[in-house]
Design a protein around this ligand. Sequence first.
Ligand SMILES: [Zn+2]
Length: 374
Amino acid sequence: MDSHTDKDQLNQSGTLFIGSLAGVSIRLHFTFVILFIVLVFSSSGSPLDQGLYMLALFASVLIHEAGHAFASSRFKIRTQEIIMFPVGGVARLSKQPTNREELWISLAGPAANLLVAGSLLVWRVFHEGMGKTEILLRNPEEDLLVKSILANILLALLNLLPAYPMDGGKALRGFLSIFRPDPEAARLASIIGRGIAVALGMIGLLAGHYLLAFVAVFVYFGAAQENAVKIGQSLLEGVKVQQAMVTEFESLSHGATVGDAAKRLIATSQQDFPVVSGDQVVGLLSRNLLLGAMAESGPDTYVAGAMNRDFLRLHPDADLVEALPSIAAAGACGLVMDEDKLLGMLTSENLTEFLVLRRIGAEGRKLDKEDEEE
Ligand SMILES: [Zn+2]
């Protein structure tokens, strides 16, 4: 399991573990803590009131994420952890849900907030009567419970904006995929998302709601990027790691020097070199590690001292789509190994080439089909 430690540290960097709920670990991103302190001390109300309100907001976001986690578990998808950012939470799932599963998973978050808001409202009316509750709803600043009700409604509505990365955008994509093939649903959802972002941005700028304009920019780029990710995923559907790996490459012996490695870096188009001792793979020397060692200790040091021993291992039969996040986290290169045997390498460059070829292939097939239909 060594190969996972790097990745886990990356996921956990800048976050604080605060506990776990039903087996799901909950982490606070450090910016959340800063926001908390700033809000508590900069606002007009007493720090205690502000603190309580922040706690209520925190609980609302957590309930929202718990809604996603609950719906995921219905599809047998485990939630690995929930990370709380100042703008909301992110639930990391054990695998990517299908578009249709995503429809329900993404609606469950806002639904949880509406459920909370509804129950609190009913409870309030039941205890204090309709008249007093109505007065409070008009002056929400006065009352923590009423403020929390409004915050939950706002949280639900904001997340229901039909634009990725909001839940509404994912739900829209899932909904469209009932009628359209997945890549087309993603493309349509992305176009709608960008359209809404542009409209929001205009309203925000014209009306002087700069926070809204800020959200719009975030949504615009999110929608564009998600479309690219989804197209990539649909091209890689069902492809195994071994189909995309590089099989012709050079390895370095663990007795080689950094100077030898630098020569190979120039002589070949390779950026990352597996380091072997006999037929055992002992490490991976990336271009960055090589250059770093060259600058720090010169060309005569051994590669064994500079290489990464904790490199990413990929199984040849693993799904390429599922391997993508770990390749990205590992800094762009993984070694494809069956037990101890090195079969190939997977780098971001050769993945890009593989994707381009698949895309040309897919478009070629589409044209063939259209010809047949005519
Ligand atoms: Zn959500």
